[in-house]
Design a protein around this ligand. Structure first.
Ligand code: SAM
Ligand code: 2KA
Ligand code: SF4
Ligand code: MG
Length: 258
């Protein structure tokens, strides 16, 4: 279900009625995360999110969203300028809160691109998605007062209420090739990951092999990943889940447009 009231009152239509999306940035890089890590890809980063993870590495799409909009034609043209790429990653913010993301994915599919959608898994939509890269948010993501990057924990209750929707997760698993990519801050996250994977397995008709459950270390910077990656790799070994690096952070740290 779209949660348009959570996008800070933004509308996604242009004054001339052309379908448009709030776009924070569009860039060409290597996919840094997940099964397709290393694949040259164009990234379309929408602005606006229905959650507020304290660790969000895309602050200007969630905590302080930018409002510039691009028409769908404009986005498709800008993607096409990177003619080395045949993969497009639609991310955010939370791309699935925007009705217009479906029109964008239709156009990208028509043009022959492989599409990945990076999503928190709270909203299901019908669209030509080749890989649903779903990153359900754990209790450790909640912006409590002591770790709120902006205020004093004002978002904590809303974030907590919205962060997991098992029905939406199961629908994504059933409709698309899916990876479940958890941001891991430490061993304390594992019990919740195990129980959430169990709940989604029960709700979905499609099996979820452990190799489609990915553990990703929390860290926006190389310095932070130096503290988290070894422990998360050990947890992946111990539980039999897949480890995913954050290649872009290893390569380019937190440089914009990477
Ligand atoms: C900025 S989010 C946008 C897509 C969607 N809102 C989501 O959270 O999946 C893109 C990816 O970055 C991950 N991410 C965000 N901040 C992170 C951090 N500090 N460390 C590791 N991964 C992070 C998210 O979990 C998600 O997989
Ligand atoms: N290189 C690179 N790979 C990514 N994979 C997922 C990203 C995202 O922010 O969704 C991302 C990103 O921001 N950069
Ligand atoms: S759900 Fe994604 S975009 Fe939204 S705050 Fe969390 S990491 Fe950032
Ligand atoms: Mg990113």
């Amino acid at each position: 279900m779209p949660v348009n009231d959570a996008v800070d009152g933004e509308t996604a239509d242009r004054p001339d009625g052309e379908a448009a999306l709030p776009v924070n940035e569009l860039f060409y890089s290597l996919q840094g995360e997940g099964k397709l890590a290393g694949v040259p890809s164009v990234f379309v980063r929408t602005s606006g999110c229905n959650l507020r993870c304290w660790f969000c590495d895309s602050y200007h799409t969630s905590w302080e969203p930018t409002h510039a909009r691009m028409g769908i034609d404009e986005v498709v043209d800008a993607v096409g300028e990177h003619d080395e790429a045949d993969h497009v990653v639609v991310t955010g913010g939370e791309p699935m809160i925007h009705d217009e993301v479906v029109a964008l994915l239709d156009r990208l599919d028509d043009a022959g691109y492989h599409t990945t959608v990076e999503t928190n898994g709270t909203v299901h939509r019908d669209a030509p998605i080749d890989l649903a890269s779903v990153s359900p948010k754990l209790a450790s993501s909640t912006p409590t007062a002591d770790r709120d990057p902006k205020g004093d924990g004002e978002w904590a209750d809303r974030h907590e209420d919205r962060r997991v929707d098992v029905e939406a997760l199961a629908a994504l698993v059933d409709d698309y090739e899916t990876q479940l990519k958890f941001v891991v801050t430490g061993r304390d996250d594992m019990a919740e990951i195990e129980s959430l994977v169990d709940r989604v397995r029960e709700a979905a008709g499609t099996p979820i092999p452990d190799s489609d459950v990915l553990l990703m270390p929390e860290g926006q910077t190389r310095e932070r990943l130096d503290e988290t990656r070894a422990a998360v790799a050990e947890l992946a070994t111990e539980y039999g889940y897949r480890y995913t690096p954050r290649l872009h952070v290893d390569l380019w740290n937190d440089a914009p447009g990477t």
